[in-house]
Design a protein around this ligand. Structure first.
Ligand code: GLU
Length: 300
């Protein structure tokens, strides 16, 4: 088996909060418990949503908690050439195609079809610019989309949530790889980088579970391996939704990092401690290993 490599991949759209610290801590503990490598990757492809200097703030917050990348940090905004190569490969192999539809065009096509499906307020693309339907038909290319195969029930097993199935064709549709504004989509960047960095295990927040089937389809189309996935429990905000700045996330008080770390450990079901962060991290690592790592060839 390939040596364990995990990562924490924050988008620098705000400082770490109690929710994002849970994912950071869980991915770090999983890497340590496997005796593996833990990387930090700054996911700053959606530049309009990123705040200047926030990458440094997040890295400093992680360091205060004793969570430091084992290899130099990478920034997705500097990796466009890799995403371009992947897109070209997908196009050459008939897995991706240019799309000339505006939002309005998509709405009109869905109305004509009478079967508009939506997912998180994004319409399931009706396939207007698919090559077999005549392609762009004179329209300029705006975005690039992955052509989802018809039979695309993707099955995978999450280490915590168990078996998952998603029919990407009907539930999501041909999703965007490169956006009309020229920015790379999260799905393409994350798949290319997880493979380029040799990531064997992804540990991240449960709100991202729903993206995994899309990422697996992209990995298959690019001939890349699929890592193991574990999605961690979320911290909920005042309105019962995932904690964010908009629903009450307070900036982490890292004057005393063990308090913030203990709260994150608590969400992960780990024991409480008032020990120094380095000692607390050590004891949580053994507890995590007992809970989440299956021992091969013998009793767990
Ligand atoms: N950048 C994503 C976020 O901050 C995480 C992506 C991932 O872990 O796959 O929500």
């Amino acid at each position: 088996m390939a040596a364990y490599r995990g990562r924490f991949a924050p988008s620098p759209t705000g400082p770490l909060h109690a929710g994002s610290l849970v994912a950071a801590l869980a991915s770090w503990l999983d890497a340590r418990a496997h005796g593996g490598t833990w990387l930090v990757r700054i996911e700053d492809v959606d530049t309009p949503r990123c705040l200047p200097g926030m990458d440094r703030t997040v890295l400093q917050q992680l360091a205060r908690c004793g969570l430091v990348s084992d290899e130099p940090v990478v920034w997705q905004s500097q990796r466009g050439a890799l995403y371009q190569q992947a897109l070209e490969r997908l196009v050459q192999q008939g897995h991706a195609y240019p799309c000339g539809c505006s939002r309005k065009d998509i709405e009109t096509a869905l109305q004509a079809q009478g079967t508009g499906r939506e997912r998180h307020h994004i319409a399931v693309y009706p396939g207007t610019c698919r090559p077999e339907r005549g392609g762009l038909q004179g329209k300029p290319a705006r975005a690039w989309r992955l052509q989802i195969p018809g039979l695309s029930d993707v099955r995978w097993t999450d280490r915590r949530l168990g078996r998952q199935t998603q029919n990407v064709a009907t539930e999501v549709g041909d999703f965007v790889l490169k956006r009309a504004d020229g920015l790379w989509a999260y799905q393409l960047a994350v798949v290319v980088d997880d493979a380029a960095q040799g990531i064997t295990h992804v540990v991240r927040g449960e709100d991202l579970t729903d993206n995994t089937a899309r990422q697996i389809l992209l990995q298959r189309a690019l001939g890349l391996p699929t890592p193991d996935y574990l999605h961690t429990p979320l911290v909920l905000g005042d309105n019962g939704e995932k904690l964010s700045k908009q629903n009450g996330a307070q900036p982490l008080d890292l004057s005393d990092p063990i308090t913030a770390l203990s709260q994150a450990a608590n969400v992960l079901g780990l024991h409480n401690t008032t020990a120094r962060p380095a000692l607390a991290l050590d004891s949580w690592t053994s507890e995590w290993g007992q809970r989440w790592i299956q021992r091969r060839g013998g009793a767990a």
